[in-house]
Design a protein around this ligand. Structure first.
Ligand code: KIV
Length: 271
């Protein structure tokens, strides 16, 4: 007789049901050990295409490929047991047709085992969202500052200072919700806009640089762990990872140079 381990993960409908209730805790992850740590505290883990910038050293998310997202999605799924895992669809993998979007989104679900995808949702996105959802793929949308459009937007800047842009963000969020998204990330907007979006949609809003008015929050994990000196102003640093890594690497280098290492071969086992 064989017994398969069955884990109960958070589901997309359970996230939707949290609208207006307990704040939803979300973080990004790109590897198994980090996902394992986050799993205890997070409702939702996003394998963000920010991986291109914070892990691979790219200057934007535009160069991130579907294969990169699948590889990191697989790693995160090995680490996370109970959070809902969402994988970002990278630039160029969903915009040109609903069929392409389905082909690539289904690859992400089938090859990683994750439960949902995220797409950056301009006005064109509603058709894609409903096409995916009707075919069994939960979708989280992303409005406001959409990093994949940074060349059109002119960089990574807060969005919605002009009334027409603010209105467009609200309309994009409404269209994404009406099309069947189970939640929507709202990035880089003022408190007023975050408030209006949160009131306008019946799905949870997940804020990043979008005030406390949202139903949940997400941060790019290496930013909040203090891995980088330069981070957006809204990021609160909860750790000092860069300084700790530097100190550890320096201490290691000093040990190597002074031959300060155990020599007993019997020590080769895990503590
Ligand atoms: O790629 C990412 O990490 C994201 C978050 C900023 C929401 O999309």
């Amino acid at each position: 007789m064989s017994a398969q381990k069955y884990v109960m993960r958070m589901t997309a409908p359970q996230i939707t049901a949290r609208k207006g209730k307990d704040p939803i805790v979300c973080l990004t992850a790109y590897d198994a050990p980090s996902a394992q740590i986050m799993d205890e505290y997070c409702d939702l883990i996003l394998v963000g295409d920010s991986v291109g910038m914070v892990v691979h050293g790219l200057t934007s998310t535009v160069g991130v490929t579907l294969d990169m997202m699948i590889l990191h999605g697989q790693a995160v799924m090995r680490g996370a047991q109970s959070a809902l895992v969402v994988v970002d669809m990278p630039f160029g993998s969903y915009e040109d047709s609903v069929e392409t979007a389905f082909k690539n989104a289904s690859r992400i679900l089938m090859e990683t085992g994750c439960q949902a995808v995220k797409i950056e949702s301009g006005s064109y996105a509603a058709e894609t969202i409903s096409y995916l959802v009707e075919r069994g793929i939960p979708v989280m949308s992303h409005v406001g500052l959409r990093p994949q459009s940074m060349h059109v937007l002119g960089g990574f800047r807060a969005r919605g200072r002009r009334a027409s842009v603010a209105q467009e963000i609200i309309e994009n969020a409404k269209a994404a919700a009406d099309a069947g998204s189970f939640a929507v990330v709202v990035e880089g907007v003022s408190e007023d806009i975050a408030n209006e979006v949160t009131k306008a949609v019946d799905i949870p809003t997940i804020g990043i640089g979008a005030s406390a008015q949202c139903d949940g929050q997400i941060l790019v994990t290496p930013d909040m762990l203090g891995m980088f000196d330069r981070v957006p102003k809204f990021v609160k640093k909860y750790g000092d990872q860069r300084a700790q890594t530097q100190a550890a690497v320096k201490a290691y280098a000093d040990d190597v140079k002074t031959r300060n290492f155990p020599t007993d071969a019997n020590l080769y086992h895990f503590k």
